[in-house]
Design a protein around this ligand. Sequence first.
Ligand code: FBP
Ligand code: MG
Ligand code: MG
Length: 331
Amino acid sequence: MATKTAQELALPVGVTLDRFIMHSQSAFPYATGELSQLLRDIALAGKIINREINRAGLVDVAGGNGTENVQGENQQKLDIVANIRFIRALKNGGEVCAILSEEDEDIIHTGNNHGKYVVAMDPLDGSSNIDVNVSIGTIFSIYRRVTPINGPASIEDFLQGGSKQIAAGYILYGSSTMLVYSTGDGVNGFTYDHSLGEFILSHKNIRSPKHGSIYSVNEGHYNTYPAFVQNYINHCKTKNYSGRYIGSLVGDFHRNLLKGGIYLYPSTKKDPKGKLRLLYECYPLAFIAEKSGGKATDGFGRILDIIPTSFHQRSPIYIGSSAMVDDVVKS
Ligand SMILES: O=P(O)(O)OC[C@H]1O[C@](O)(COP(=O)(O)O)[C@@H](O)[C@@H]1O
Ligand SMILES: [Mg+2]
Ligand SMILES: [Mg+2]
């Protein structure tokens, strides 16, 4: 008898993340449980960050502390806190040998050289929204390392390309906190129950609607966008689509994933290669988009097919409902 996939195991809405992970693992008889443990470590880090974020208005974690990250952007204190908490959770978990973070120039070696995985992450996304109490997120991308176990990880572990991700996802700190991830077999969403201290399966097998009527783009930069993007924005207006833009990629992406829509961050005069980072913003969300039936392109081809050359490289991105992504490319 063929092995059942995780989706076919048909766990009901309401089960805990832990139980879901355990069941999903049983769909792979030879799985050793390390990826499962890594996903639990990420969930734990998410709970810790969630706690910090919830206190953001009470203690001085929201203000910029004056330092700049490797992108030359002002680092909010909570960016640093989230970065530290995530790195600590992954180090302590033991499954990850190295981490790439938006907040650090070079990869971080965890000291767990026997770990089979590397993680690229944006520990806090949409950080300009922290001090105004608007949704923010964490984005993560997981690869099986290509360098030999028991030695140090290296650049090629992280520059494998988006199609080599074995899992990816995000945590959205919104009106409720959600973990959404995929290990390649469907996309599932878990809502955090504060009183239980558990993520609970709430959005099972999320499917991106083929069409939608929401477009998310920073229209303030309209004049500097390529002609095909301007044409597409005009098309959205003639269709009376709703413009919705929070300025938190995770929040904008998540809304469009559930309701149907497209998120656009094109190249601009200021950022000719786009603003968003390929390895820890574009790849993981493109993975989620595709695994849910949506699409993600840089205007020329699939995001997941872009060959990476450096840790912090950027890319334009058009991501969301498949028919809308097709339309923008044709515009
Ligand atoms: O302010 P802009 O140029 O529209 O950019 C908004 C985008 O920049 C980001 O904030 C970048 O993420 P970080 O907060 O991790 O730097 C995205 O979340 C968001 O979609
Ligand atoms: Mg970001
Ligand atoms: Mg960030």
